[in-house]
Design a protein around this ligand. Sequence first.
Ligand SMILES: Cc1cc2nc3c(=O)[nH]c(=O)nc-3n(C[C@H](O)[C@H](O)[C@H](O)COP(=O)(O)OP(=O)(O)OC[C@H]3O[C@@H](n4cnc5c(N)ncnc54)[C@H](O)[C@@H]3O)c2cc1C
Length: 358
Amino acid sequence: MIYDILVIGGGIAGCVSAYFLKKEGFLVALVEKDEICSKASLAAGAFLSPKIALPSPYRDYVNEALKFSLDFYEKNFPSSFKKCPLFKMPYDESDEDRLKRYEKYLNIEYQKDNKGYIFKDAGLVDPKEICEKLTENIDILKFEVKEIERTKNFFKIGKIFAKKIVVATGSEKIFDIPYIKTKEILGYRYDAEFDGMDKLDKNFHKKASISAFFRGKSVIGATHIRKKSCLDLLKAAKTDKFSLLKKANEIIDLQNLKILKIYTGSRLCTFDYFPILGEIVDFKETLKKYPSIVKGAKIPPSSFAIYDNIYIHTALASRGFVLAPYNAKMLSDFLKYGKSIDFNLSTHKRFIKFVRKN
Ligand SMILES: Cc1cc2nc3c(=O)[nH]c(=O)nc-3n(C[C@H](O)[C@H](O)[C@H](O)COP(=O)(O)OP(=O)(O)OC[C@H]3O[C@@H](n4cnc5c(N)ncnc54)[C@H](O)[C@@H]3O)c2cc1C
């Protein structure tokens, strides 16, 4: 069998990409070396929250993606999704001033409360169930992709043949894109029980986040730890080395707290936080084709050399469940109808920046 598209990676990026591509009529398979939703995606809260910030392309992109994703989950997976407001509380006086300054620029609906701001368009999902439902009708193959071999017309991956490949392997890169720098932010979060949690009908966000009551529990998340090779993340989570519970207690007095489950994971981020989506510019070939680009020559990005038929969907940072459905729709529209991908997400933008700087 020759698949039209093989998606590598069964986190939210891979699962929702496979879902939209299949919906467009492509014959799709997904390869995952572990279980579906077993890495960063399992660690996610998975809160769906707006970006509260001054106007910027990134803020507008996140809030557009949030609108899309809330609607997407509600229509297609209502039982794995809870729409509920976000109650954003300032950390301290300077944070309060910062939020006040943002008020007139906010492009999302909000109400002021004496302790903070309520954003009605927010929510959370059950990450594992969402990923499983997204891939219900997709062929799932379980092995680790170690090599991608190109034959004359196809790719050969293990015993599988495919015309196109989408790489969605999260923090575990299967090849390096030399002009894109990324970082890993580690973290942990808890499923918890405490007195009164069944009355919580909002997500709360201060220095930590506490979710509304959903699926018999509340989620307490999450830490943001710069990657240090010596860190035993599970041990850090078990001892709460980064004081997540202390921060959560500043939101709600967590009486009779019981930690039901601990999750750990690593988020892949770019330095401007935009994810990476779509075609991959071939660094060497493009420089060979257009050496003057280094000196600032304006070459239309559409004429850059790319790796034929390989696409990427990664670096979702701390907002994978907000951004991935929106990105996946963009990717499937690109592959099916040739619609363009947001330039901010493209490898083209990052290639230009890199060659001009170096
Ligand atoms: C503690 C924590 C809390 C978070 N909270 C939230 C939140 O509240 N809301 C939110 O929206 N986001 C949150 N995030 C971010 C979110 O989890 C990520 O953005 C998202 O899950 C990334 O998805 P992914 O598919 O890119 O990566 P992953 O989920 O890591 O999936 C990649 C998959 O690829 C597979 N793979 C890798 N290499 C290979 C290979 N060679 N062959 C086959 N398979 C391979 C891996 O096994 C893995 O399953 C949180 C993250 C963390 C760590």
